[in-house]
Write a protein that binds this ligand. Sequence first.
Ligand SMILES: *Cc1c(COP(=O)(O)O)cnc(C)c1O
Length: 226
Amino acid sequence: MTSISNRLQDILATIQSVKLAGQHQQPVSLLAVSKAQPAAAIREAYAAGQAMFGENYLQEALDKQTQLTDLNIEWHFIGPIQSNKTQLIAQHFAWVHSIDRLKIAQRLNDARPANLPALQVCIQVNVSHEASKSGVAPDKLAALATAITALPQLKLRGLMAIPEPSHDENKQRVQFKQVRECYDALSAEGFALDTLSIGMSDDYKTAIAQGATIVRIGSAIFGARK
Ligand SMILES: *Cc1c(COP(=O)(O)O)cnc(C)c1O
């Protein structure tokens, strides 16, 4: 029987070996994506040493947070953000990966409690050019990054992307490479970035080879979502 703890260990070992085989050898953190998983599964992963968890849906996340207040979890919000959710997100998360418009960034900034450290944020970039997908177009990135840098309660860390799902490794690589190029372009413009949040259960090895520093993995840790 494979437990959450076994799967976590396997994934951490794989992350390490893919990273060492790659060109970048950047630090890579594992974000355990716990959407649709019960608090007990998070508790099990935490007991196995995992402390960073990602959630997509605010109410579901808040419910689990209240059941897990005894744990020292770093909570990351990775789902689409509606304006009316910004206040609670700013109060209850350490990181937000999914900023794709200034209005949301401003509202998170205004709602971030003064007694907490700045909210650590990534801009979500859309490299698959699908109108339906969230994420800012690459040519709008620099303007949004400039505006976010001026917000004192937010700390811009880097970029996040959710490329079109594909089992074709070449397609994965092309898309991650485009995200990487956006990241390099912003860095060259002087933004001090250290986070590239790309890669999920099916494609994290390809993402790490392209320079991912956070991989967001759900089903490979917890099993399929119901
Ligand atoms: C669900 C989700 C993940 C994890 O997906 P898996 O395929 O289960 O690893 C990662 N990132 C985001 C934004 C998600 O919504």
